[in-house]
Design a binder for this molecule. Structure first.
Ligand SMILES: Cc1cc2nc3c(=O)[nH]c(=O)nc-3n(C[C@H](O)[C@H](O)[C@H](O)COP(=O)(O)OP(=O)(O)OC[C@H]3O[C@@H](n4cnc5c(N)ncnc54)[C@H](O)[C@@H]3O)c2cc1C
Length: 501
């Protein structure tokens, strides 16, 4: 006899888990299907020889929204969040980025006295854009790059203000102000019990709410969403099994859902084209290190657990990495901005430290090593180890002795985030943040689809991450569940950033 499911959810990332939990809470019988052998998607953490390493998030913002979701689902007990601090180690500065605006303004004015007035104006404009947008006199349509060019003389400062780091400003002003709001006002936080606790709580909410009526099935890759006459009928698994339901929530990203899982004829051409054209954020190259804490001096982490580092270079000597080459020079990669993060501070007691190094990386460069799902060409291992060694060597300038203190090293490339994390192009933060692609003052909800009964949940179900990744995924999961319960949609409106030529 065929099992009857009120709703199917594809993917057990934070968005899919949240949707399933809300539906189960409302008494629906939900089947959640996940391709990987674990829940969590990119919020998954894994363990190697006693060290804990992340697949993705190292923090989240909007703690009150996060808490509200867990409380509504009845799994918010004893939630404790620790504030995460960011510090810049670049441009000859050693400076907190997590200060409130007033403090940051004072610090930066001391370091850049010639730009003191511009710094004051910058934070006033950011304040206006965050809290008083209608009255703000700053032209919201200006690229951050152009705005800062006029306001600030020192290029190092333009980069710092324009990217919260060392990169050239790339976004529009509303998105930049949202990022400063997260960093300086609301803060970046970390769950005391670790990122995996979020996924475990959501899992508990799904299974507890509905007794044994709802299920999570791992190692179940959905290969098709079946649609007939504009309505969803169910899904097919890659082993050929068909499962019926009139409601499906997809936590697979947009490109996977609409370019791989659905017959293109089942959706309007303009919808298909918009998703094909839309660009995503870049990916990262990541090196996770298990460190013998007795062999290094961890004091650079005393004031902040996240360090934004860049080698001291004259900006005029700086070279853009040419990702179109078959190999990039490991030294050139090491000269880019590197985010250095300390995970599991408490493990210091056991003389174990987990360090994560991340540098922006181009998916297409690594795609040439891809032979299939989790299959790589022979040179991949040695190439990625050369790149990783260069990053480790570079970071030894902050932590002398680092190279000799390594007990475990695990390297991830954009291909890892694509295969293990389920992310098209290994993209870290959803739709492109570039000025050319996104300039709205507010993110738009992208939960409804042109297929009746099909909804989207996850970080791409909003047009931009003004709240940061985790809260966006939680909120989208909640909204997708309520849209389904109310029978909303379908829609042919397209608000995908950069999707409409
Ligand atoms: C390197 C990196 C760093 C990040 N750092 C941060 C951070 O510091 N702070 C922050 O807030 N956010 C961060 N993010 C973003 C963060 O991961 C997300 O915001 C959040 O975890 C995404 O959840 P999601 O619901 O979009 O699902 P995802 O994590 O994208 O998971 C989607 C799930 O769907 C599954 N799936 C896909 N296709 C199928 C299919 N056909 N069949 C079955 N299952 C399928 C995948 O296996 C996966 O489990 C980071 C992401 C990355 C990659």
């Amino acid at each position: 006899m065929k099992e009857i499911w009120d709703a199917l959810v594809i993917g057990a990332g934070i968005g899919g888990l949240t949707s399933a939990a809300y539906l189960a809470k409302e008494g629906l019988r939900v089947l959640l299907l996940e391709r990987s052998p674990h829940i969590g998607g990119t919020a998954y953490v894994y363990h190697r020889k006693g060290f804990t390493f992340p697949m993705g998030p190292l923090g989240f913002s909007h703690p009150s929204l996060v808490r509200k979701v867990f409380e509504e689902l009845g799994v918010g007990e004893d939630l404790k969040f620790l504030k995460t601090h960011y510090r810049l180690h670049a441009f000859g500065l050693d400076l907190s980025l997590s200060f409130p605006f007033d403090q940051l303004k004072n610090e930066l004015s001391t370091h850049f006295p010639e730009d003191a007035e511009g710094v004051g104006q910058f934070f006033k404009d950011m304040d206006d854009l965050i809290f008083n947008r209608e009255k703000s006199y700053v032209s919201q349509n200006l690229p951050a790059f152009e705005y800062l060019q006029k306001l600030i003389k020192d290029e190092r400062l333009r980069r710092l203000l324009g990217s919260l780091g060392t990169r050239k400003p790339y976004s529009a002003l509303p998105l930049l102000s949202a990022m400063w709001n997260l960093m300086g006002n609301i803060g970046i936080w970390f769950p005391e019990e670790g990122m995996e606790s979020f996924c475990e709580r959501l899992k508990r909410a799904i299974l507890r709410s509905s007794g044994s009526r709802s299920l999570i099935r791992l190692n179940k890759a959905v290969s098709k969403i079946r649609v007939d006459q504009g309505k969803v009928l169910g899904i097919s698994l890659d082993d050929g099994t068909g499962i019926d339901s009139s409601f499906v929530i997809s936590n697979a990203d947009y490109k996977s859902t609409f370019l791989k899982l659905i017959d293109p004829k089942a959706i309007p051409q303009k919808w298909y084209d918009a998703i094909s054209n839309a660009r995503l954020t870049n990916s990262v190259f990541q090196v996770c290190l298990g460190i013998d804490a007795q062999k290094i001096d961890p004091s650079p982490f005393k004031q902040a657990e996240r360090l934004i580092y860049r080698r001291e270079n004259k900006l005029s000597d700086e070279r853009e990495l040419d990702w179109s080459l078959p190999r990039v020079d490991p030294q050139a990669l090491a000269a880019q901005e590197i985010e250095v993060s300390l995970l599991g501070k408490d493990r210091e007691k056991e003389n174990k430290l987990s360090l994560v190094l991340r540098v922006e990386a181009d998916y297409h460069h690594f795609a040439r090593f891809r032979l299939g799902w989790r299959k790589r060409s022979q040179e991949y291992q040695s190439y990625k180890s050369q790149l990783a060694q260069a990053l480790v060597h570079e970071i030894s300038s902050l932590f002398p002795g680092l190279e000799k203190s390594i007990l475990v090293m695990d390297i991830a490339t954009p291909l890892t985030f694509e295969d293990q994390g389920g992310r098209s192009g290994g993209a870290v933060a959803g739709w492109s943040w570039d000025y050319e692609d996104f300039r709205d003052g507010q993110p738009k909800e992208l939960i409804l689809t042109p297929v009746k009964g099909l909804y989207m949940a996850g970080h791409q179900a909003f047009s931009a991450l003004f709240m940061g990744g985790i809260p966006t995924a939680l909120e989208s999961g909640r909204r997708a569940a309520y849209a389904l319960l109310k029978g909303e949609g379908p829609t042919e409106d397209i608000s995908i950033p950069g999707g409409i030529p």
